[in-house]
Design a binder for this molecule. Sequence first.
Ligand SMILES: Cc1ncc(COP(=O)(O)O)c(C=O)c1O
Length: 384
Amino acid sequence: MTTPFDVAALRAREYPWMANDPAIYLNAASVGPLPQAAVNVTAEWTDMRARPHHLPFHLMQEAAATARRQFAALVGADADEIALMPNTTYGLNLAARALPLRPGVILTFDGEFPSCVYPFQALGARGLSLEFIPKRDGIPDEDALVTAIGNRADVVAVVVSWVQFANGFVADLERIGNACRARGVFFIVDGIQGCGVRPIDLHALPVDIFASGAQKWQLSPWGTGFVYVRRELVTALEPHDVGWACMKASVDYTRLTDYEFDFFDDARRFEVVTLAYQDFAAANASTALLLEVGVANIAAHIEQMGTRVVDWAASRADVRMVTPADPARRSGVLSFASTRLEAMAAALKAAQVNHVVREGAIRLSPHGYNTLEEIDRVLALLEG
Ligand SMILES: Cc1ncc(COP(=O)(O)O)c(C=O)c1O
């Protein structure tokens, strides 16, 4: 299988530093490196921001509108279903606070990132409790989750990661969402570990709310992200946080003190405050790049790199792949455990291979700018 786009050209154009840096960056699951296009936009905006009279208001509004439109394109949604957010957790809090949840149980997987946990554990006063579906063989037990949704009358919502942060398991959103739909259960998804490098068509999926920070796989500045709210829910949700920017009147600065209490009819009703326009402008450059290269192409390249790691792990008695081997169940998060974990992590560190250790496993997270050759070099290092 050939790589579906020119990785060398992408690196040369957007990551020129990679040619001279001995490090191998395999940590997009923590922080996505900014492409040159985003760095350039940041510099331009910094210049304008330093002298704000050179930064016309319409540019800020356009940056926000472009961000909503491009994030929507990334996930198969419409711009009016997208609210700009500073991160993933804010969108998950919107779900926790604004969905009309009756008292009952919210289900999630054991092992989820805490932002899928704490916002929902905080709902005790409303008669809601969060329950964990235990892992099976170290990864989420999706069968048990789907069975619980079908059998239990007390379940009112399900919250899961699309891609798990530590083990890389990819949830079958269609399957879980269908189980939810059949029982009138809300389905909330933390999308940050997949969004940007895995195709998704939210309009074709039974997902109610999908939240993603753009700082990882979407290669964007910290403080940028979005939440998708399924169209039918946009006006059904009661905004929990209320500011001035969520109101229709906020578009006209000449009559702000008319105090017309009238939320936007689209998902902007969940945008409460002044946005980080500069960062969203940079995020727009990054998102444009992902759309230009093609999310499906990036996914195919990541799958090839992942297969090398999976095959290598299978060849070793002392290595156990934690991330599922099945390409349908893995994305860019590649985690493996080993009896030689400390020695391996030390060897990677000494060779400047940027990785992390999560939940007792080494996590490599390659993106479209990584090469198969880099993966081979890393595996050769681990062999040594
Ligand atoms: C699954 C998942 N959700 C959320 C986050 C981060 O949340 P936020 O974007 O709100 O900082 C991470 C970061 O590691 C994550 O892996």
